[in-house]
Every structure is written in structure tokens, then in C-alpha cells.
Design a protein. Sequence first.
Length: 146
Amino acid sequence: MLIILTILLKKRTMRKNSKAKLVVSFLFVAGLFVLAYFLLKPYVDTLFESEKTNLEGKKIQYRLAYNVRGDKTQIIHLNKGNALFEYYHEGPGSFYVDLKTNDGRLIKVLADSKGDYESKTELEVPSTDAYLLTVKTTGVWGLDFK
């Protein structure tokens, strides 16, 4: 009889410990989700930045900037409407920048110069879509588009 009572008490304490472990595990996982939310929220917000509108109700272009050395080809997403590209180049070599549609049609050559160079170009983006931005140089350059 004493053995049966001991076994029953052990099972009961094991059940209580299992429930406590389950609750602690659940709280730990919930805490991880809350922590991940607060850590990743700024990155998720920037993904949807283009959907924000200015005071006039127009969509704002994605804001992205590069500071790089050498060539770079990048797919960028632009909204239909005005886009402003600001860029600079430092170095004695050539600096060439163009923007093409995703099927390869040239929209505009943004820069084609040698040596140190700084300029801005505003253009009308024909449709909301992905575009191909190509930079060819050996120098240090920066690009910002809004």
C-alpha cells in the first residue's frame, strides 16, 4: 500500500512539474516573439516605406543610398512619378550611371563623366516597377534616390 501511495505521489508531482515546465516554455517562446517583433519592426517598416504618402497625397519613392567603390548593378523598385537621383564620384577614372527597365530598355543615362563629379537628375518614372541601375567606375561613388 505504501508503495502504491509513493508511486501515485510521484506521478502527481511529475504532472505538476510538467505543467510548470509547459507554462515556463510557453512564456519563454512568447517573450522571444515579442523581442523579435521589436527588433525587426524598423526593418519591416522600411520595406513598406514606398506606400507612405506625403502631405499632397502622392506616393513617396523608396529612399536608398549607396556609398561604394567600383562597379555595381542593382535592381531597384521605383514608383510612378518623379524620382530624384543625387550622385557623386571621386577619382580620376570614368563614371557612368544608367537606368533601364527590367526588360533592358534604356530610360536615361544619369551620368557619363571623368574625374570628380557631383550632380542631380530628376526624371519621370513611367510606371511602378522594378528597374535596373548600372554604375561603371573604378572610383569611389555615392548615389541617393528619393
